[in-house]
Design a protein around this ligand. Structure first.
Ligand code: C2E
Ligand code: CA
Ligand code: CA
Length: 733
């Protein structure tokens, strides 16, 4: 700046003034090249071209000065113009390079073309055409003087593009834009001045000089290093841009209004052509905008119908597709709900949970086949829409899926078992999509409860779920109304048949329904959570009872009481504390209490197993109920503290027949002996079974043969029956 200002202080036309001018230009041109080394911009070639352009221009200046002052020749047109004109292509090319790959912004390109056409028209009318029309001028002179504004128009298009898009602006591009605009203004001013006013001065020099300075400043600014961001999304059209485009579009008619312009035929033709080009560009611009809007609509549609995590369709899309399929065909829905996702999230974190979901989604996608539509309906629910399959065709899919989700999932070094319930619905009388999904949901729920691989919806299932809701409400009521009772079933020691323990079993005396089996209401109470309250009451009652018997019967009282504890109770934090409280309140020593849990309750590990360890620490004994029916992994016995195995009734039932049941029962007593555990055989109904079990080595037996569950079992009479060939146990109950 100082240098530029200083230049004007020098006497006009002196050698010193010209030299200063040229030196300033040269220095700034070289500065750009230095800046390239310095900032290492993303697009060095653009800047090298700028520097080259400026140096060429300076060479032009020098030639001009040489011709004018040394050779005393007329410098215009001359070799100097060759250098001047040669300086434009690098500048234009540099600006083009700088803006390449800007996300294929076709709209921006059209906008720039519109600006260039509009301003080009003005240039033509006021500069190009008049210059071309000057009779005195030679052909060469005319050609040269039209070449400048034409190159300026090209430069203008590039600058327009640079400035029009606000998204790619940095301080550096702003400076660049200002420099280019200044260059244009100076060029045009020079042409106009020399054309209309026969001007020969150097007032325009300031413009060119300042342009050099700004150009160099743009190169020196640190922001030049930043690559202009690649914009892929549709850019917003700013209001400023709209105003500029609007002005350019109306330029043609406005020009025609000017009297001298409107009168000239050539001008009118050029303006008409310009107007036509502007019109076409305008239409093209609209098409680009429309295409962008359409693209956005497609993207929005995709986002609205897709599940982010898995890339599967989402509920909204599934619902609509199901609705459409229901018109005219009989689609079927396979609904799959994961079992253990919550636990996985809690234990391994949400990233693991997400990973499991993605892997399961991949399995489902792979198995469902290319024609099926797979969706993730909610956090842990997936659905497959089976179109145009024969009735029952979805069952094949359901079977495949059941197999696939059964395999463990490998996540972050853990092998986790997820498990799922699968429901199938649809077909003949399929109602609306909501109803089909509801039916599939009911079936899935039923499958989860029964542990079947999958379940197809049937009207009976609905009744069951309505029934369940009613039962839930009644259990709540029954707790308050004290309709529950605890009964006790003897567990005897063979061969003397002394009652070593009793198992506490709950009964519900419903005022209208009579006695409801725990097999009916315990699962419901487990699902609605009432088991926690009910279970605490049972535990308290059973402990109180054993204390009372001890006081009343002395040595005839059973040593221990077994209380069933469901998975839900066990997994609740503080369960061991509840047990300790009950023991303290009732005064029952911990060793006289046994807690019966099923394999399934502890198979998943987690809080249930922790609770068992805490109970063990209290001195409470732990029995594994229904042993042999669940996952039956002996590995379980390594992690879970167990004192007693209760061999399930199903093995006892056929113990007298020669077959695998007897073999398994024998293996089980050997395992429990080997591990130092007690084994109790459940559901012994006959003397033959009792004998067979005793022969195999079972010492503890339980079943109707020895006594049915009762409020007050007759402990003494069982002992009296000892030694009888046929104990006639049924008569005891
Ligand atoms: P469980 O723990 O396996 O209990 C044994 C069931 O087998 C009892 O049925 C019992 O009455 C029955 N049983 C005993 N001996 C024989 C026999 O010789 N033959 C036959 N056919 N059955 C026999 P119950 O009392 O109906 O209980 C069913 C299930 O309900 C229990 O199975 C247990 O899982 C659950 N349950 C019962 N009471 C409670 C309780 O207080 N709390 C919890 N959480 N669950 C309970
Ligand atoms: Ca039991
Ligand atoms: Ca059992």
């Amino acid at each position: 700046m100082t240098a530029t200002a200083g230049y004007y202080l020098l006497p006009a036309g002196t050698v010193l003034a010209s030299m200063t001018y040229n030196t300033i230009g040269l220095i700034f041109g070289l500065l750009i090249l230095v800046a390239v080394r310095w900032h290492r911009p993303a697009r060095p070639w653009a800047w090298i071209l700028f520097g080259t352009g400026m140096i060429l221009s300076v060479v032009g200046d020098f030639t001009w000065w040489y011709l004018e002052h040394i050779r005393q020749e007329e410098p215009y047109p001359s070799v100097a113009d060759v250098f001047y004109l040669a300086s434009y292509p690098p500048l234009i090319a540099g600006l083009f390079l700088l803006q390449r790959n800007r996300g294929r912004d076709l709209g921006g390109l059209i906008d720039a073309a519109m600006v260039a056409t509009g301003l080009g028209l003005v240039l033509w009318v006021f500069v190009l055409h008049p210059v071309a029309a000057v009779d005195a001028a030679s052909m060469l002179e005319r050609a040269v003087s039209t070449a400048y504004p034409s190159l300026d128009a090209l430069l203008l298009a590039m600058v327009a593009r640079l400035l029009i898009d606000r998204r790619v602006r940095t301080p550096s591009t702003d400076l660049l834009g200002m420099a280019a605009v200044l260059l244009l203004v100076a060029d045009v001013a020079f042409s106009v001045a020399s054309l209309y006013f026969d001007y020969e001065g150097r007032a325009m020099d300031w413009g060119w000089l300042l342009a050099y300075v700004l150009w160099a400043a743009a190169a020196l600014h640190p922001s030049m290093a930043a690559d202009t961001p690649v914009v892929s999304g549709p850019g917003r059209v700013s209001r400023g841009r709209l105003v500029i485009l609007g002005l350019c579009s109306v330029l043609a008619p406005v020009l025609l209004v000017i009297p001298s312009v409107g009168a000239d035929t050539v001008d009118r033709v050029v303006i008409a052509a310009g107007a036509a080009v502007l019109f076409v560009l305008g239409v093209a611009r609209m098409a680009v905008v429309m295409a962008k809007v359409r693209g956005q609509a497609v993207e929005l549609e995709r986002l609205a119908n897709q599940d982010d995590l898995t890339g599967l369709h989402n509920r909204r899309h599934f619902y609509r597709a199901l609705g459409e399929a229901l018109v005219g065909s009989r689609p079927q829905v396979v609904l799959l709900g994961l079992n253990r996702l919550r636990a996985i999230n809690d234990e391994l974190g949400h990233l693991a949970g997400d990973d499991v979901i993605v892997q399961i989604a991949d399995r489902i996608r792979a198995l469902a086949g290319p024609d099926a539509l797979v969706a993730r309906l909610s956090g842990d629910e997936f659905a497959v829409l089976v179109r145009d399959a024969p009735e029952g065709g979805a069952d094949a899919v359901a079977g495949l899926l059941a197999g696939a989700v059964h395999d463990p999932v490998d996540t972050r070094g853990y092998e986790v078992l997820v498990g799922a319930g699968i429901g199938v619905a649809g077909g003949a009388d399929a109602a609306g999509p909501a109803e089909v999904l509801r039916r599939a949901g009911v079936a899935m729920f039923a499958a989860k409860q029964s542990g079947e691989p999958y379940r197809r919806w049937a009207p009976g299932l609905d009744e069951r779920s309505v029934e369940e809701a009613r039962l839930g409400a009644q259990i709540r009521h029954a707790l308050a109304e004290r309709q529950f009772q605890v009964v006790y079933q003897p567990i005897v020691v063979m061969p003397e048949q002394r009652v070593a323990a009793v198992e506490a079993l709950v009964r519900w005396h419903h005022p209208r329904l009579g006695t409801v089996s725990p097999a009916q209401f315990i699962p419901v109470a487990e699902r609605n959570g009432l088991i926690v309250e009910l279970g605490a009451w049972i535990l308290q009652t059973a402990c109180e009872q054993l204390v009372r018997w001890t006081v009343e019967l002395g040595p005839d009282a059973p040593d221990r009481v077994s209380v069933n504890v469901s998975a839900r109770q066990l997994a609740r934090p503080g369960f061991a504390g509840t047990v300790a409280d009950v023991l303290a309140r009732t005064g029952l020593p911990a060793y006289r209490l046994t807690v019966e849990v099923t394999e399934t309750a502890v198979f998943d590990g987690g809080p249930a197993v922790t609770a068992l360890h805490e109970l063990r620490a209290l001195g409470v004994r732990i029995a594994l109920d229904d042993f042999g029916t669940g996952h039956s992994s002996l590995g379980l016995l390594q992690n879970v503290p167990v004192d007693i195995l209760k061999i399930d009734k199903s093995f006892v039932d056929r113990i007298t027949e020669a077959g695998r049941h007897a073999v398994i029962a024998e293996a089980m007593i050997q395992v429990s002996n080997g591990l130092g555990l007690d084994a109790v055989a459940e559901g012994v109904e006959t003397a033959e079974q009792a004998q067979a079990l005793t022969r195999l080595g079972y010492r503890l037996l339980q079943g109707y043969h020895f006594g049915r569950p009762a409020a007050e079992p007759e402990f003494a009479r069982i002992r009296v029956a000892r030694g009888l060939t046929v104990p006639g146990a049924a008569a005891l109950s």
